[in-house]
Design a binder for this molecule. Structure first.
Ligand code: NAD
Ligand code: MG
Length: 380
């Protein structure tokens, strides 16, 4: 395979760090030529030294200036425009979006428009504007490669299959830290408890999403756009070991699953080297050590996130953007101690009911719906 020249937006986060492990393991296949980080300037500086070919993008002008002082002669961009410029670097082949939330949306569209393939970890951008992202990819003749482990698994299970033979997609879900909790337990959950995920080590926002199951709700809508499949063909099953990363059921009753260790290096690597397979950064899976794989139905009564996501994904229009933005704002408020744990989904419901619905929104209307949802949450 030709070496892929990769830009990583959100390089200083959890997905970013896993991506650097992949790049170190596959120096023949992956060349890092762009790195962004918003609020961890020290880490961005270290990565800049490790990957001297990379153009950089810092959070703001001050951080960019400080980097230039330490790295004479180096190109350092900053802010939202800097991200868009980095995403459209002429020499880039593929842009990985690993920015938490929706700040990666414009850079993602810019990357596709300038002829780059896109690897997407930021599910929020597909929830907010999946139709727009996929249409832009189609227009530009570029690929959108899923990095989220479930979607990467489904992508692998679907290869070479006739789409008309798909009966349903089955997203697996660890169940999060409160899989066996009661409604009373959930009422008093603290940020510290919610941040402690049983199987994955991740950034703060997605860790809270995994505890409320909004992460899985967002992933249902993400799957709807990535695989162009109606919401009613997307199911969720709880699988506490996080070894089966997701499955596809076909019309004849056959179910194909993808399994590997609980390490984001594998889906990241597969997205960046697709369709190649290489011995890389991910440790092999020993099923005899895992011992058993359990599956159970989700508790939709205790975790409303799944039904809310189904409602938003089925209605389409601005509703997924509202769900996503309200959730993001509510997670911030919960982490800041301003909201209870059940307050997260209570606020999402409030925003979904309050923000005016537009069935066929433009990008500007999606951005407006996102803003309005945040205002509803902030207004308490
Ligand atoms: P993180 O918080 O660890 O890292 C986020 C990165 O984005 C950092 O580099 C940060 O500097 C940058 N950033 C944050 N806000 C920004 C903004 N407004 N503008 C520019 N840069 C900004 O998050 P993470 O856990 O790596 O998750 C990143 C994305 O990947 C999320 O959308 C998450 O849902 C998705 N994801 C993560 C995992 C995981 O294992 N961590 C798994 C699947 C999907
Ligand atoms: Mg996932």
């Amino acid at each position: 395979m030709m070496k892929r020249r990769v830009v990583v937006l959100g390089a200083t986060g959890s997905i970013g760090e896993s991506t650097m492990r992949v790049a170190r393991a596959l120096p023949e296949q992956i060349g890092i030529i762009g790195l962004s980080g918003r609020n961890n300037a020290q880490r961005l500086l270290e990565l800049a030294r490790e990957f001297p070919a990379a153009t950089l993008c810092a959070g703001d002008e001050k951080a960019a200036e400080s980097l230039r002082g330490k790295l004479p002669g180096r190109d350092v961009l900053h802010g939202g425009h800097g991200l868009e410029e980095l995403a459209s670097l002429p020499e880039a082949d593929i842009v990985l979006i690993a920015i938490v939330g929706t700040a990666g949306l414009r850079p993602a569209l810019k990357a596709l428009e300038s002829g780059k393939d896109l690897a997407v970890a930021s599910k929020e951008i597909l929830v907010m504007a999946g139709e727009e992202v996929m249409a832009t990819a189609k227009r530009s003749g570029r690929r959108v490669l899923p990095v989220d482990s479930e979607h990467n698994a489904i992508f692998q299970c679907l290869e070479g299959k006739d789409p008309s033979t798909i009966k349903r997609l089955i997203l697996t879900c660890s169940g999060g830290p409160f899989r066996n909790a009661s409604a009373a337990d959930l009422a008093s959950v603290t940020p510290e408890q919610a941040l402690r995920h049983p199987t994955w080590s991740m950034g703060r926002k997605i860790s809270i999403d995994s505890a409320t199951l909004f992460n899985k709700g967002l992933e249902m809508i993400e799957a709807r756009w990535l695989f162009d499949i109606p919401m009613e063909k997307i199911d969720v099953v709880i699988h506490p070991q996080s070894i089966v990363h997701s499955m596809v059921e076909f019309v004849d009753g056959s179910i194909i699953a993808q399994m590997s260790t609980t390490d984001m290096a594998l889906p990241i690597q597969y997205a960046l080297t697709y369709p190649g397979r290489f011995s890389g950064a991910c440790a092999p899976l020993d099923l005899t050590t895992v011992g058993r794989l359990d599956f159970e139905a989700p508790r939709a009564d205790l975790f409303p996130a799944l039904d809310l996501a189904r409602r938003a994904g089925t209605a389409g229009g601005t509703l997924p953007a509202v769900l996503n933005a309200a959730n993001e704002a509510a997670v911030d408020a919960f982490l800041a101690g301003r909201l209870s744990f059940p307050g997260i989904w209570e606020n999402v419901v409030r925003a979904m009911d309050a923000v005016p619905f537009v069935e066929h929104p433009t990008l500007e209307q999606l951005i407006e719906a996102d803003r309005a949802a945040r205002t509803v949450v902030a207004g308490g």
